[in-house]
Design a protein around this ligand. Structure first.
Ligand code: RIB
Ligand code: CA
Length: 314
């Protein structure tokens, strides 16, 4: 499979952190052009510095990290300290970063990177609210043809919402941005809660990371031990759902996942169902499919890949 030129847009967040580490350990499949950060799980000042903390943990101070939007396009920022802790990376116990934050705004980095390449070259991987991506499309629509694929973590189709009864956090945080991105007509792959709620970090899987006996394994163990608590209590799961790494794993080995090409739309008007991702699974409206929505994965294969790749980071 040809190596993909990837921009990860994220709001670290423990699961974002694992996703970044997976990408950094997968140089055969992913040429990580840069990491753009957005307010989401915690405010931007933390998501941005957390991204740099994770790059330093992986000894990758060469990675360019950019700060982006500090709030959604139209709505008030809603953060998720109740899941991720005040720092956004509770359990990691990482020092303040020393590698520099890039001066350029994340939106301008996305635009400049895309304008510099041929059509259908860039893969964008949003694993937080899609505010930066939407702003980039609105500021410079000429970048849209440059993007080969968008692989995002977000949404909930058959699953109930995790932030409101109807909506998943990333889409609920900025539904207007998600709709701008979806409506751009780019090859769109969505990893909703329907699949990420099957990627559970059970005790056995967590022990495999601890048994890596490496700084990365130890930090992942600490982060996920913290991250697991909320969802295991709330949903009665046998582990926390590893949302964001599903999007990166798809870039590495899409055969780990299954789903369906459907027509997808996003609620941006009703407050009751704001951010609901509506997939026409049975094509009742006979509308052109515009998204590949994943709803299942080879969970042992996923954790085998994750553990093997994280084991490469010394
Ligand atoms: O709903 C899960 C998503 O919201 C994940 O991306 C998590 O990091 C939070 O951003
Ligand atoms: Ca995230």
């Amino acid at each position: 499979m040809e190596k993909k030129s990837v921009i990860i847009d994220c709001d670290p967040g423990q699961d974002d952190a694992i996703a970044i580490l997976l990408a950094l350990a997968s140089g055969e499949e992913i040429d990580l052009l840069g990491i753009t950060t957005v307010a989401g799980n915690v405010p931007l000042v933390l998501t941005e510095s957390n991204a740099r903390r994770i790059c330093e943990l992986a000894n990758r101070t060469d990675v360019k990290v950019f700060a982006g939007a500090s709030r959604p396009l139209m709505r008030k920022l809603v953060t998720a300290e109740w899941i991720h802790g005040k720092s956004g990376l509770d359990g990691a116990n990482l020092p303040d970063p020393t590698m520099p934050q890039q001066d350029q705004h994340a939106v301008d980095f996305i635009i400049d990177t895309c304008l510099a390449v041929e059509d259908n070259t860039i893969t964008i991987c949003p694993i937080g609210p899609m505010t930066n991506i939407a702003l980039a499309f609105m500021k410079e629509p000429a970048i849209i043809p440059k993007i080969a694929q968008i692989v995002c973590m977000g949404g909930a189709v058959k699953e109930y919402g995790n932030t409101t009864p109807a909506a998943e956090f990333n889409i609920y945080e900025d539904p207007q941005a998600a709709k701008v991105v979806l409506d751009a007509g780019i090859d769109f792959v969505m990893m909703p809660l329907d699949v990420t709620h099957k990627a559970l970090v059970t005790k056995e899987r967590l022990k495999r990371l601890k048994d890596l006996n490496s700084p990365v394994g130890d930090v992942c163990d600490g982060m996920l031990d913290y991250f697991n608590r909320f969802d295991m209590t709330k949903y009665g799961f046998e582990g926390g759902p590893l949302h964001d790494p599903c999007a990166i794993a798809y870039l590495i080995d899409p055969t780990l996942f299954s789903g369906r090409k459907v027509h997808l739309d996003i609620e941006v008007l009703s407050e009751l169902t704001m951010g609901k991702t509506v997939a026409d699974w049975w094509n009742v409206n006979d509308e052109e499919p515009n998204a590949f929505v994943c709803n299942d994965l080879n969970v042992e294969g996923f954790f085998d890949l994750l553990t093997e790749r994280l084991g490469r980071l010394k």
